[in-house]
Ligand binder design. Structure first.
Ligand code: HDE
Length: 702
């Protein structure tokens, strides 16, 4: 029995839900109960297994259904995962739009959000270096509104007609289908060089934005320019923003590479685990608005998707909140079959002449047909929750909805299902005056490609800049055609001569002697991800490992575990063996994993309690020792007590880790906190920093 709900989308989908379990017998698709699901009907006796019979309608049905289980994966963004949630407004935007979803502060609009990577196939790894998709479908009272965004605010190209080229260049190469889930190859960087309009975007994808720690810890951007129309018929151009409550955080590259193999589902599990635990991820929703008459006031064209609208010039107005609060029940019908369309807008919202958006409006609608067939809009995940009657849209493969009545056209003699006047909510396109030559061209302002790329680079912190240089060096190292890596390195001299020189040295390109474009050091707001840390550092949903073996100190283990858990952290005991680990004082703890079952990369921090286990187990185990070394290399907070202190000190090879004297609070150095003696008994944890900054805040002693 479906549970009662106030969530309109959940109630809608429940009409099509059945549940595994209970006393209901197993049946065929046509409802007949099955008596023996394990054997094909065949000629057989005790001594002989004879031929299988084609007559077996039950076996044939089962095999046929299996043979056709797969549908084409998305041509891009094939790898992804999603969740349901709600959208609430805390401020009406009725001064700029009539859209109910953006003006009615009493509503809770149900939604589905799908996150994705772009390059890899459906089975590729989550933590690759790539753009992340951020596609939201809001089931509003006036129809579905889709914002099909990314976690990076700009795009590679300016004209949709180039999309097949940019995607072909990044996808596995055609002759050998290599590489999977990577942009580190000749064709991609060849294309990037050939199109200088990609210069801005490839600064973003070489930054830490392309290796997020979690889907919950990245921004979402609509990227394209849309319009909002108010009750007076006035138009504002708009960009949509989603800013995560948890802040923006990234992995470090070595960690990301390793997690690809160690847990390819790292991000989708992270999302599901947080929602299951009731730690619902939230994003503030904001608008950047430009009144129509101001569109020519900028040095860039606001319709150019390779440019951001600098926040100094166009501030973000936050008006709402998006929350994810329910995992899907079944992946295929609720995520794989989700079909997003940039063309799905509701009254009060309209398109713009953004040339990328115009092409997307055709493409998304079109691609769903090859994935799902012409009736994809009727699938439970895609259909609206408001009343709908598409009078003339009938038939086609896999038609599902049954529409009663004798007419399927307009006008009809019954005046059945008449169109709606604008005052009744009928969609009316903004009556824009258009005049011009029919040409294959873009406006002149689209020709400038480097200013914002430089501003992005200049705005990064030193450590972020180092990461960009390392990322370019990794990528171009994987290009074996000298034409590709040499030319691309040269291009970097139009961003920063230092960057170009570092990359040239690493990848074996010619060292550029002069900048190709003067860099005046221009910076802007909102570009460095360090600006998006939570107001107060929080530990909630961070994964923390406690390493124990036989002989560990039970008191400090439990104090630390309980304190961390009370603050919403996910704590895992990693033990020498999962059969049970015995404390010095006799208690037995059953670890969640054993040393070889997990890796430090899958956790945000590590704690080692004191006790004889350090000598008995930890210092004799290579994996446990490497856990500490690797955590340190990945800039993770490490804490240890008593016997664990010299152990940690040895693994990280730090001569200046300071150690407090017995009975006093511990000290920290480089994100390592250590302590001896009584400190263990009074251990408390407060303000925990993100893994990229403020590491020393991880463990605070009171
Ligand atoms: Fe997409 N893109 N795209 N894209 N895109 C698709 O539609 C396309 C672009 C984005 O979770 C496809 O349903 C063109 C920008 C996301 O299901 C396809 C152009 C942005 C998703 C398509 C772009 C995106 C897609 C493939 C250039 C950020 C996954 C499957 C003009 C704002 C949605 C599908 C999901 C998916 C076309 C550029 C984001 C082929 C032609 C810019 C998040 O229609």
């Amino acid at each position: 029995m479906a549970t009662k709900t106030t969530d309109a989308k959940l109630a809608d989908m429940q009409k099509d839900m059945v549940e595994v379990g209970g006393k209901q017998h197993m049946t065929t698709d046509y409802g007949v109960k099955i008596s023996d699901p394990d054997h094909w009907l065949r000629v057989a006796s005790e001594s002989r297994t004879g031929p299988s019979l084609l007559e077996d309608q039950i076996a044939r049905e089962k095999i046929m259904r299996f043979d056709h289980e797969r549908i084409p994966e998305r041509v891009v963004h094939a790898r992804g995962t999603g969740a349901f949630g709600t959208f609430k407004l805390f401020e009406s935007a009725e001064d700029v739009t009539t859209a109910g979803v953006l003006t009615d502060t009493s509503r809770e609009t149900p939604l589905f959000l799908r996150f994705s990577t772009v390059q890899g196939s459906k089975g590729s790894a989550d933590t690759v270096r790539d753009v992340r998709g951020f596609a939201v479908k809001m089931y509003t009272d006036e129809g579905n509104w889709d914002i099909v965004g990314n976690n990076i605010p700009v795009f590679f190209i300016q004209d949709s007609i180039k999309f097949p080229d940019v995607i072909h260049s990044v996808k596995p190469e055609p002759h050998n289908e290599v590489p999977q889930g990577q942009s580190a190859h000749n064709n991609f960087w060849d294309f990037q060089y050939m199109h200088s309009e990609t210069t801005h975007m490839n600064q973003w994808i070489m930054s830490d934005r392309a290796i997020p720690r979690s889907y919950r810890m990245m921004q979402g951007f609509g990227v394209n320019t849309y319009s909002l129309i108010n009750a007076q018929g006035k138009r504002h151009f708009v960009k949509f923003h989603f800013t995560p409550e948890l802040g923006v955080h990234s992995l470090v590259w070595d960690e990301a590479l390793k997690i690809c193999g160690q847990d390819p589902d790292f991000h989708r599990k992270d999302l599901m685990d947080a929602i299951d635990a009731g730690h619902f991820p939230r994003w503030k929703f904001g608008l950047q608005l430009i009144p129509e008459e101001k569109m020519d006031d900028f040095e860039f064209d606001p319709l150019d998707a390779t440019k951001v609208w600098p926040e100094e010039l166009v501030p973000i107005r936050y008006i709402g909140q998006l929350e994810l609060n329910r995992n899907v029940d079944e992946f295929f019908p609720q995520t794989e079959q989700a079909a997003f369309c940039t063309s799905h807008i509701v009254p009060g919202i309209d398109f713009s002449d953004d040339p990328l958006l115009q092409g997307r409006n055709f493409s998304y609608f079109d691609t769903q047909i090859s994935r799902l067939g012409p009736n994809w809009q009727e699938l439970p995940i895609n259909r609206p929750v408001c009343p709908y009657m598409a009078l003339a849209n009938r038939d086609g493969a896999m038609k599902h909805r049954i529409t009663k009545g004798t007419v399927n056209y307009w006008p009809n003699r019954f005046e059945a299902n008449p169109p709606a006047e604008p005052s009744q909510g009928g969609f009316v396109s903004y009556p824009e005056k258009q005049q011009g030559m029919k040409l294959r061209a873009l406006s002149d302002k689209f020709k400038e490609h480097h200013n914002q790329a430089q501003t992005f680079y200049n705005s990064l912190s030193e450590i972020e800049k180092i990461h960009v240089a390392k990322a370019f060096s990794f990528e171009l190292d994987h290009c074996d055609d000298p034409v590709v890596y040499k030319r691309m390195t040269e291009r970097l001299a139009s961003i920063s001569l230092d960057l170009a020189k570092t990359v040239a040295m690493n990848v074996g390109a010619d060292t550029p002697s002069k900048a190709l474009k003067e860099n005046k050091g221009q910076k802007a707001k909102g570009l460095s991800q360090l600006e998006y840390l939570p107001e107060k550092p929080i530990i909630v949903t961070r994964r923390i490992a406690i390493l124990v073996g036989d002989g560990f100190d039970y008191a400090s283990y439990t104090t630390m575990k309980e304190t961390l858990q009370s603050q919403g952290a996910f704590v895992f005991t990693i033990g020498a063996q999962r059969q049970g680990v015995k404390a010095e004082s006799g208690e037995t703890v059953v670890p969640d994993h054993h040393f070889n079952g997990m890796r430090s990369t899958l956790f945000d921090a590590v704690f080692v309690p004191g006790g004889k286990h350090v000598a008995n187990a930890l210092s004799k185990n290579g994996v446990a020792k490497f856990w500490i070394t690797e955590s340190f290399a990945h800039l993770k907070p490490i804490a240890g007590l008593n016997e664990a202190v010299p152990f940690i000190e040895k693994q990280i090879g730090l001569s200046d880790v300071k150690v407090a004297s017995s009975g006093t609070a511990g000290l920290e150095s480089y994100g390592v906190v250590t302590g001896y003696g009584e400190a263990a008994a009074t251990l408390k944890v407060a303000n925990v920093g993100p893994n990229s900054k403020g590491l020393a805040e991880m463990f605070i002693w009171h």
